[in-house]
Design a protein around this ligand. Structure first.
Ligand SMILES: [Ca+2]
Ligand SMILES: [Ca+2]
Ligand SMILES: [Ca+2]
Length: 406
């Protein structure tokens, strides 16, 4: 079992990819793609005039509202959240949305899902890149055995054709590793496929990722190896910049007698049995489910409440939470669902019911099924850095939520 098999088998809450990758020496901390300016960067006019023109132009570009990520082509890039645990996201070229790559197996599935088929002939025209891999490499030439079988080189010889150039050197220089001469390349095709996941249909679905940075293809192999590739080719991104990009997720459907909810398939779900006297705002809880977010960043509770008395949404106002700022208090219509949404952010660390919030946030939504029946959603994220992302998840969940009215 390799180190990456061990990672693949770790439960989500113990999963700290960057730490592991650094531990096995595969990558150093990624750098930010856009410069982070300290708040006191604005300077006086006189000081500005002392700056060389190129720096000034750069400042204008960096501070203008048109720049940032919007101006960059994100298509097919892999982003790593450097302020968190190095969580990885894939900017899917076909819909422009970011997809969370999660654990190695999730990442592998995302890659497969977005993969486009390619023939052996076409793929042979795209030059290959190599990065260190933890997969078995019998002759230690930097090409794993599986890859050598695919390419037709010898996995027992570092120089398959005995011309004194190693298999690795020949692949990197795009020379024939099992004969003479250079290999053919189609630059236009490689450029066109930048950022895409390719599935080699004539080779049992072998997967490749075309790195947008150099238009070279990287072999994805098994889940653990695919994950290594992503981490090695990923670009660091701040939470702030990540929040500016649209996200999406593969949806899992959870249907109850009361509602249908579509949630990210990287979340785990537990249907709870509410205690006989469990109630919220004195209305008995008749159905309860909890979703845990990956890496233990928070959770979502969905409760169905049903009582004998008539209620209105006014009863759900959450007026005060100790040491919290109330940021949003909206009554709005979601489709035909009269809903009340509230958000609280904690400016200081606080512990609530044994859960520690590091300046995190709580979101509430109350949706009326009838005057006696409600859905109460409670969403908590513990860290400040996850709030924007959580809010975007929460809004998406509410938008997708369907009521079942009997
Ligand atoms: Ca090898
Ligand atoms: Ca070899
Ligand atoms: Ca050779």
């Amino acid at each position: 079992m390799t180190k990456f098999d061990e990672i693949a088998n770790l439960p989500p809450q113990n999963f700290l990819p960057t730490f592991w990758l650094q531990k096995v020496g595969l990558r150093s901390k990624p750098s930010l793609i856009t410069p982070a300016f300290p708040k006191n960067y604005y300077m006086s006019k006189t000081k500005l005039f002392q700056l060389p023109l190129v720096v000034l132009l750069f400042l204008i570009f960096a501070l203008s509202p048109f720049n940032a990520l919007a101006a960059l082509n994100n298509s097919g890039k892999i982003f790593l959240q450097i302020e968190q645990n190095g969580e990885a996201w894939y900017a899917n070229p076909s819909d422009g949305n970011l997809y969370y790559l999660g654990r190695p197996l999730d990442a592998f599935n995302v890659m497969k899902k977005f993969g486009v088929g390619i023939s052996d002939k076409d793929i042979s025209l795209i030059p290959m890149g190599l990065i260190p891999s933890s997969a078995a490499d019998t002759d230690q030439d930097g090409l794993c055995d599986e890859l050598e079988n695919l390419l037709g080189t010898k996995y027992t010889s570092a120089d398959s054709d005995n011309d004194d150039f190693s298999d690795k050197a020949e692949i990197e220089g795009w020379h024939n590793p099992v004969g003479s001469g250079v290999l053919k390349a189609n630059k236009a095709l490689a450029e066109k496929l930048k950022g895409k996941i390719l599935i080699q249909v004539e080779k049992k679905g072998a997967g490749w990722y075309v790195n947008p940075a150099n238009a070279k293809r990287y072999y994805l192999g098994r889940p653990g190896n695919a994950f290594e590739i992503m981490y090695n080719l990923g670009i660091g991104i701040s939470n702030k910049n990540l929040a500016k990009l649209p996200i999406n997720y593969f949806k899992e459907t959870f249907k109850t007698d009361y509602y249908e909810l579509k949630y990210p398939n990287t979340w785990s779900k537990t249907v709870l049995s509410p205690a006989a006297n469990a109630a919220y705002n004195k209305i008995p809880i008749i159905h309860q489910v909890e979703f845990q977010l990956p890496s233990g960043i928070g959770y979502l509770n969905v409760n169905v409440l049903e009582g004998n008395d008539d209620h209105t949404l006014g009863d759900f106002n959450i007026s005060a939470i100790a040491k919290a700022d109330k940021l949003i208090d909206n009554n709005f219509l979601v489709g035909i669902k009269p809903a009340k949404v509230q958000k609280f952010k904690f400016p200081l660390p606080i512990t609530i019911n044994g859960k520690k919030f590091e300046r995190g946030a709580q979101f509430f939504a109350d949706i009326m099924i009838s005057t006696k029946k409600f859905i109460h959603l409670y969403f908590a994220v513990y860290n400040e850095g996850d709030i924007t992302l959580a809010e975007s998840y929460f809004n998406k969940l509410l938008k997708d939520l369907k009521l079942i009215i009997k």
